[in-house]
Design a binder for this molecule. Structure first.
Ligand SMILES: [Zn+2]
Length: 145
């Protein structure tokens, strides 16, 4: 018997489960992870980014929840941090068509909020912020392939 298990993102649970022989795959509970990201985004530290909350969560959910995508941790991480930052700068070269609605609709104008009027330094900071809010979640994703 093999089990596919959905976890809420608790690291100790994940570690224990991985050592159980009948556990086939461990899936992160996306709802819980999304809640964590929202919570982090609303922390005082990132207050000035709160207007990006919807676009970040939308991008995150699409890239984490698509069964056709090759869900290796590194690829997803790259997409969610660098892909999303570039996306908000009107550069869709790193976006996956499954995740991004812009790649197939070049006539669309990038909606606000975006990073178009930001300096490279501000874009860099945005990227660093994404790295930080996704960090915990990525470590807990445990894509088992
Ligand atoms: Zn995009």
């Amino acid at each position: 018997m093999l089990l596919d298990i959905v976890v809420d993102g608790d690291l100790d649970n994940n570690k224990t489960l991985r050592e159980v022989k009948c556990v086939n795959q461990i899936f992160p509970d996306l709802k819980h992870l999304t809640y964590n990201i929202r919570k982090k985004l609303n922390a005082k530290k990132w207050e000035h980014y709160s207007r990006y909350e919807d676009v970040i969560l939308q991008y995150y959910k699409k890239s984490s929840n698509n069964e056709d995508l090759p869900p290796t941790t590194e690829l997803v991480k790259h997409l969610q941090i660098h892909g999303l930052t570039k996306h908000l700068c009107d550069d869709y070269s790193e976006c996956w068509p499954e995740v991004c609605w812009m790649t197939q609709n070049p006539e669309l104008v990038l909606p606000e909020p975006n990073l178009l009027n930001c300096t490279p330094e501000e874009q860099e900071k945005f990227s660093a912020m994404l790295g930080e809010i996704f960090q915990l979640n990525i470590g807990q994703s445990l894509y088992n392939r």
